[in-house]
Design a protein around this ligand. Sequence first.
Ligand code: SAM
Length: 289
Amino acid sequence: MNLCDQKTVKNIMTAYGLHFRKEFGQNFLTNRMVVEDIAEQCTDVADGTILEIGPGIGTLTRELCQRHREVVALEIDKSLIPALGYTLNDFHNVTVINEDVMKADLDAILAPYFEKGSVSVCANLPYYITTPILMKLLESGLPFRYITIMIQSEVADRLVAKAGSGAYGAITAVLNYYGEAERLFTVSAGHFMPPPKVNSAVVRIKLHEEKPYRPIDEKIFFRTVRAAFEQRRKTLPNALSAGFPELEKETCVALVEQAGHRPDIRGERLSTAEFAALSDLIAEALKQS
Ligand code: SAM
């Protein structure tokens, strides 16, 4: 069965009374090499489990099933489930679950698979909800080996941006806290059905087994990053004083200097390690305030 063939996809969709649902970000992949490359490169372990988010009609799922021990696929669109039963019929190592990934209890779903070995995520993500899904995966605390996602090209640029560059943002600093992102390749809009308005890119995140940064208080760390980028055009002390109303403006200046920065620096210049160090000073100052 060749699900990269547009005619085959159309026939299956007609047979199951399906149409592309924009509200679920349904743009199905139709380039075999791209699908094979994602399935191949999404992890370095062949005998592990892959969590796929949004299998669609099973194009990537089939390639994942061929290369990995087990595949768990979460699909929000109920109408796709019978079609998936047909397209994945020849595989016995796949479990399809009709659930919204944002509501799913990933701990419970994946517990038996983590017991057996490594689990990685691989997904051609719906654009409308890329960042919330990524944050849910990272914040779940689940020890995924890799998270490999196809996303809008501009979002991919942000994930792999260097501190101080225009594309660097809160999501970059937070992502670096959990792992290391690498842009694998770009995929043009013409390789999807229907074609989206923008190009896409595949990003692979290797999660840290041991977190290299250990802020005293994780919540204060995330608050520090958020404060710095919410007021991106302001100097860091000004942005911090807006984000931490408990602290005096002079205290924010002093903390930034104590962390080794000039008081006119902007938050976008700080690496994740520097945010962690600064957040420790803020946590101490908050205790005393
Ligand atoms: N994997 C297929 C492919 O590459 O051809 C389809 C990818 S398509 C970009 C995104 C898929 O995610 C769709 O099947 C859509 O229904 C599904 N989806 C959208 N929102 C979802 C959610 N919150 N939870 C689970 N699946 C979702």
